[in-house]
Design a protein around this ligand. Structure first.
Ligand SMILES: Cc1ncc(COP(=O)(O)O)c(C=O)c1O
Length: 478
């Protein structure tokens, strides 16, 4: 087997177009080519310290706050993951109460577990195509806050991985009426601040803390993210304290300089970059309307589904009306058309576009789906036909707190024998890393049927100690 560095070197020579993160898309025009080694220093004289920024890093974070028009911005070089852990820890006291979207990323669940929080859920609406979740409805937030008095914070993901945007303004008003703080995981929405084709960003709509991965959708390297403090409801000393718990004590200057470069570039030239990209994006979207079998999804505002808006940069290609599953489409795009997509769901593929994309990249994707669309019409893709079974998970039934269940003693049993037992572990499809089951929840029959179905469809399951997903760890019977 090749060494990692050899494999990466070889991969660069292949002509595979990236419709996935990071947002710089390996586009040399957008990245500083000198970053890798000549800038790799530590906290030497004149270069400040991220854990006590007073000079150049203080100014760099101030520039980020200016760009996003917030009170304070904090760099994270451990991605949104560390920023979410810090935001939740700063926003809720240890053992306190929190409400989270059930479709939150695993880092939110880990924060709940680490801080031993009492956790209630907000369930997203159903969008109705391809198993994609809708948004969080403001009225559900109100109801949940009424039935969970003393809740200190609410966490929701907006936009979601798929680009669904909830009504943050209304949710913020409700959360504040209940004297709680609103934390928005906008890991996938760092670009919202820069183009009129995108929804309004959460930081301008009343959210208290917003976390955003600049590496996901802006020209910045993997791991770079920002925690934006938008109001005075969470004390910045608390945020700083928890960031220094969760973030490395040796933050990389290569990454921090790249963040600064990205922010400086956007300050200088953001409007122009986003105008060109916005035009390419909209013409791509128009051209897709010719497809007859595949479909570019465009979720619309829908109160019942909790959807206020949709991030048009997320190219959700539905295979719902074809015989392909999402993973088949992802594989075909890779093998035949040299296009790597961000992820596949059961019946769709997410091609993630960004300001780093080129016209050639959009054309390649358009042409590929055009060819496949014709093949689907002629029934040429029938070799892939699989019966698609839709299994909906019922509402989870939690009988233990996550942290307690993770630390309890467990037995490992066959999945088929686990119905009615309490799960000691998570299961999720990765990406997006949203749990199907959480430690402390009762295993339900639908979950047991869903796992082999997802495996058959080729989805990437993670979380169980048994990587084959035949056995699950359940809490020992006492
Ligand atoms: C919704 C959401 N939040 C947070 C994260 C974590 O972001 P990061 O990879 O920057 O740590 C992810 C990662 O995919 C995500 O999808």
């Amino acid at each position: 087997m090749n060494r990692l560095y050899e494999k990466l070197t070889d991969y660069q020579k292949e002509d595979i177009y990236p419709f996935h993160m990071p947002g710089h898309k390996r586009n040399p025009d957008l990245m500083h080519t000198l970053f890798p080694s000549s800038m790799d220093i530590t906290e030497i004289t004149g270069f400040d310290n991220l854990h006590d920024p007073r000079e150049i890093l203080f100014e760099a974070q101030k520039a980020a706050a200016r760009l996003y028009q917030v009170k304070e911005a904090f760099y994270s070089v451990n991605g949104s993951t560390a920023a979410i852990l810090a935001a939740v820890s700063a926003g809720v006291s240890r053992g306190g109460k929190i409400l989270i979207g059930r479709n939150c990323h695993k880092s939110v669940y880990n924060a709940v577990s680490l801080r031993n929080l009492e956790c209630g859920y907000l369930f997203p609406g159903i969008y109705g195509h391809c198993g994609i979740s809708g948004g969080i409805r403001p009225e559900d937030v109100k109801q949940a806050l009424e039935s969970h008095p003393g809740t200190e914070a609410v966490v929701i993901s907006s936009p979601t991985y798929d680009g669904i945007v909830s009504d943050i303004r209304s949710i913020a008003e409700i959360v504040h009426e209940f004297h709680a703080v609103l934390i928005v995981d906008a890991a996938h929405g760092a670009h919202f601040a820069f183009g009129s084709v995108f929804p309004e960003p959460a930081e301008q709509l009343g959210a208290d803390l917003v976390i955003t991965s600049i590496h996901k959708t802006l020209p910045a390297p993997t791991q770079t993210a920002l925690l934006l403090s938008c109001t005075d409801r969470v004390r910045p000393e608390k945020i700083r304290r928890f960031l220094s718990v969760y973030e490395t004590s040796s933050p990389s200057y290569v990454l921090m300089a790249a963040m600064d470069f990205c922010i400086a570039g956007l300050e200088r030239n953001g409007k122009e970059m986003f105008r060109n990209y916005g035009e390419m994006l909209l013409s791509f979207r128009q051209a897709c309307s010719e497809w007859r079998n595949f479909r570019l999804l465009m979720p619309c505002r829908n109160k019942d589904q909790g959807i206020l808006d949709f991030d048009r940069s997320k190219l959700l290609i539905s295979a719902e009306n074809t015989c392909l599953c999402g993973p088949d489409l992802q594989q075909i795009l890779h093998d035949r058309f040299r296009i790597e997509c961000e992820m596949a769901g059961p019946e769709y593929v997410l091609a993630l576009s960004s300001v780093g994309d080129t016209r050639e990249g959009f054309c390649r994707l358009l042409e590929a789906v055009r060819v496949l669309d014709k093949e689907a019409a002629r029934n040429d893709l029938s070799a892939f036909r699989k019966k698609k079974e839709q299994i909906l998970l019922p509402a989870p039934s939690a009988v233990m707190q996550i942290g307690d269940a993770e630390e309890a003693e467990t037995d490992e049993v066959y999945l088929a024998d686990s119905v009615g037992r309490i799960s000691g572990e998570y299961a999720f499809v990765y990406p997006p890393g949203i749990p199907l089951i959480v430690p402390g929840e009762t295993v339900q029959e639908e979950f047991v049927r869903l796992i082999p179905e997802y495996q058959r469809q080729g989805l990437n399951l993670k979380g169980f100690r048994d990587s084959h997903f035949h056995k699950i760890r359940v809490i020992k019977d006492t």
